[in-house]
Design a binder for this molecule. Sequence first.
Ligand code: PA5
Length: 433
Amino acid sequence: MMNPIKVDVQAAESFVPPSAWKEAHTQALEALYTLKEGRGAGNDFLGWLSLPKTITKLEITQIKEAADDLSRAVDVVVVIGIGGSYLGAKAVIEALSHSFQALLPQRERPLVLFAGQNLSEDYVSELLELMQGRSCSCVVISKSGTTMEPALAFRVIKKHIEEKYGKTEAVRRIAVVTDASQGILKRLSDGEGYRSFVIPNDVGGRFSVLTPVGLLPMAVAGVDIEALVAGACAQMTYCLEACLDNPALRYAAARNALHRQGKLVELLANYHPKLHYLTEWWKQLFGESEGKEGRGIFPAGVDFTTDLHSLGQYIQQGPRFLMETLISIAQAERNLHIEADTLDLDGLNYLSGKRIDECNKMAELGTLMAHVAGGVPNIRIEIPKLDAYHLGALLYFFEVACGISAYMLGVNPFDQAGVEAYKKNMLNLLGKC
Ligand code: PA5
């Protein structure tokens, strides 16, 4: 079977001398071996590599049952978490939901809203306001169980739910995803008797989307998590294979080869607003995994065509330190043809009979050609359609590519010591003893 993920580096090739391409591929292959054989830095955090295969039917069933319990006769499920405990679920739910989900008069599943991903008083207050007149439940996710943002949000939302429904019913309406044995959240959860799920010890936050961290909120939102895991599972064959056709290896090699030619920033470009949070997830995955010891490709995101009318000018003619990676969806879900108009006052009749997606695709191709001509190399990643299976495939593909790429850069992909700096200052400033 053909791999549904296609990585095309043709529009990047002329930016790198052939010998440098070869060298990057050889190093990518070595990095893949290092990753697979667990010989690299952070090798006690490689559980994510086999997750799509090791997750059992029983675990999936338990996640779905919990999701159904939390959703029963509920309008809003608040999912609390930050970073890796937030972005994977947010990315998948946004990508697979109706663009105007919150405004639909009829919904089969509750609305999933997120909290604990910021410290904005307005955000939390307005969320509480929204929860007032609605039936709600909550999932709180934190591996460490000590992160300030989700801990604070949970304190507020737990109180709200307890006051509204009473202690006993609150226990039914709250679920926890955290470490198996450590952390304040674990202790709190055991004390209150909440239904809880475990984040495996050997899986770090930003690699945890295929654990209950991602799967429980997704199941609440009605995502087909079995298909998502199946898509990821199929990629294990392609992305762990030691050959130059391996898409993760090709992508990691290309971005590092370009980086060595002075491309310091990688823009992940999409042409579908639903993919905005996939880019946010990708930014965290690569940013937190690679940005250390003075190294790393800066991951940035652009939503096209929207951002062509804001950042397009800079990309086309600004300083030449950018590379672009395009996520292309071959087939749009919907089908909307442009109709002819008798008067043609807007002069758009030349488009009649075409689909809007065709215009989007031509914008995509035209932009790629323009950017390459302007000195921005392009890597093109294509998936056939935006569904759970292919999203699962894409998530796993990016995770493996990230592991390979970070090892090529010579850093440990699985730590994030730098994140502590702001936390330390904030806690000191807040007077924590
Ligand atoms: O990737 C990571 O490890 C981080 O982004 C964490 O997910 C994030 O800091 C949240 O941590 P925790 O789940 O411990 O609250």
